[in-house]
Design a protein around this ligand. Structure first.
Ligand code: IPM
Ligand code: MG
Length: 358
C-alpha cells in the first residue's frame, strides 16, 4: 500500500473530460487496493496561454518534476493556432518531455478481438491479430533540432534539422531490446538509411547494441516500407524502434488499424521512475464538451503509469481487464461503433461501465 503524487495536466479540448474519467478510475483502484493517489493539477497548453500568457508555466515544470508521475490529457486547438511559434500549446508538451528527460515513448497497439469489425483492414489480415509496441525516441531528432527562416537560393526559405547523437540512439535501442526481451524477442528498427545520414548512424548504433542481445532478432526497415507493412501484415511486428518524427507518424497509423485512435495509450519514460502518461490522440476540439470522447486511451495510460512508474502490475492488469471486459460486453463510444446499430455511450457513461468492472 503506497502513497503516490500524481501531477495532473488536463490541457485543452477533450483533455479535461478524459483526464477526469481516468482520475475516477484511479480513485476506485486506490480504494480497492488500499493505495493513496494525491492529484495536483497544473496548467499547460492553450489554457495556460489564456491564464498565464505562456504554454508551459515554470510552476507546471517544477510540479511535474517533483511528482511521482504525470497524467496528461491533450493540448492545443484552433483557438491558439495563430499565436507566435514560441507560444504554441504544443511547446508545452515538447517542453515537458525535454524538462523531464523523457526520451522513451512506448506506444502499444493491439487488436481487441471485440473490435475486429471496427478495424479498417481486410478481415483476413485482422483475423491474424497483432500486438506491437512502437518505441519512439522522444527528445531528439527534427523535433528538437535547429530551425528557422533564411534567405535561400530561391528567396525566403525555412529549415528544420534532424540530428541524432550516438548516445541518443544507443539508449533508445537498449530500451527496444529490453522491451523485446519481455515480449516476442523481435525488434524492427525503422529508418531511412537509404537517404539520411542520421539514419545511417541510427542503423550502425542499433547493430552495435544488438550484439549485446543475441537472443533478440533484429531487422531493419525503411520507413516507407514500414508504413506499408503496418497495414499489409501488422502481425509481423513485435517491437518497432524509431526516431521521434517517424514514430509520431507510424503510431497514428498503428492506432487506426486497432479501430480507433481513441484506444491507444502511451508512456513517456526517462532514467527515473517519474514518467508521463497520455493518450496518443490530440485534444479533438471539434467534439470537446459533447460527451463523444472515448476515455479508454487515457484510462489505459493510467494502467501504464501503475505498471511502469509504481510497479503495480496487478492494479494495471485490473484496469486493462476492465476495459477489455466492457468491449467484450459490447459497449462502445461513438468512435468505435463502426457499422453496428449499438447506441454509443458518452465519455462519462463509458467511464462508469469501466469502473463497474474493476
Ligand atoms: C503526439 C503528438 C505530438 C507529437 C504533438 C501534439 C506535438 O502528435 O504526441 O504524437 O508530435 O509528438
Ligand atoms: Mg502524434
Amino acid at each position: 500500500m503506497g502513497t503516490y503524487n500524481i501531477a495532473v495536466v488536463k490541457g485543452d479540448g477533450i483533455g479535461p473530460e478524459i483526464v477526469s474519467s481516468a482520475i475516477k478510475v484511479l480513485e476506485v483502484v486506490a480504494q480497492k487496493y488500499g493505495h493513496t493517489f494525491i492529484f495536483t493539477e497544473y496548467l499547460a497548453g492553450g489554457c495556460a496561454i489564456d491564464a498565464c500568457g505562456v504554454p508551459l508555466p515554470e510552476e507546471t515544470v517544477a510540479g511535474c518534476k517533483a511528482s511521482d508521475s504525470v497524467l496528461l490529457g491533450a493540448v492545443g486547438g484552433p483557438k491558439w493556432d495563430s499565436v507566435p511559434n514560441h507560444l504554441r500549446p504544443e511547446k508545452a508538451l515538447l517542453g515537458l518531455r525535454a524538462a523531464l528527460g523523457l526520451y522513451t515513448n512506448l506506444r502499444p497497439a493491439k487488436i481487441y478481438p471485440a473490435l475486429m469489425e471496427a478495424c479498417t483492414l481486410r478481415p483476413d489480415i485482422v483475423e491474424k491479430g497483432f500486438d506491437l509496441v512502437i518505441v519512439r525516441e522522444l527528445t531528439g531528432g527534427i523535433y528538437f533540432g535547429e530551425r528557422g527562416r533564411r534567405d535561400g537560393k530561391y528567396g525566403p526559405e525555412a529549415f528544420d534539422t534532424e540530428a541524432y547523437s550516438e548516445m541518443e540512439v544507443e539508449r533508445i535501442a537498449r530500451v527496444a531490446f529490453e522491451t523485446a526481451r519481455k515480449r516476442r524477442k523481435n525488434v524492427v528498427s525503422i529508418d531511412k538509411a537509404n537517404v539520411l545520414e542520421t539514419s545511417r548512424l541510427w542503423r550502425e548504433v542499433v547493430e552495435r547494441v544488438a550484439a549485446e542481445y543475441p537472443d533478440v532478432e533484429l531487422a531493419h526497415m525503411y520507413v516507407d516500407n514500414a508504413a506499408m507493412q503496418l497495414v499489409r501484415e501488422p502481425s509481423r511486428f513485435d517491437v518497432a524502434v524509431t526516431s521521434n518524427m517517424f514514430g509520431d507518424i507510424l503510431s497514428d497509423e498503428a492506432s487506426q488499424i486497432t479501430g480507433s485512435i481513441g484506444l491507444l495509450p502511451s508512456a513517456s519514460l526517462g532514467d527515473s521512475k517519474c514518467g508521463m502518461y497520455e493518450p496518443i490522440h490530440g485534444s479533438a476540439p471539434d467534439i470537446a464538451g459533447t460527451g463523444k470522447a472515448n476515455p479508454m486511451a487515457t484510462i489505459l495510460s493510467t494502467a501504464m503509469m501503475l505498471r511502469y512508474s509504481f510497479d503495480l502490475a496487478e492494479e494495471a492488469d485490473c484496469i486493462e481487464n476492465a476495459v477489455n471486459q466492457v468491449l467484450e460486453d459490447g459497449y462502445r463510444t461513438a468512435d468505435i461503433v463502426g457499422n453496428s446499430d449499438v447506441t454509443p455511450l458518452t465519455c462519462d457513461e463509458m467511464t462508469e461501465k469501466i469502473i463497474g468492472r474493476l
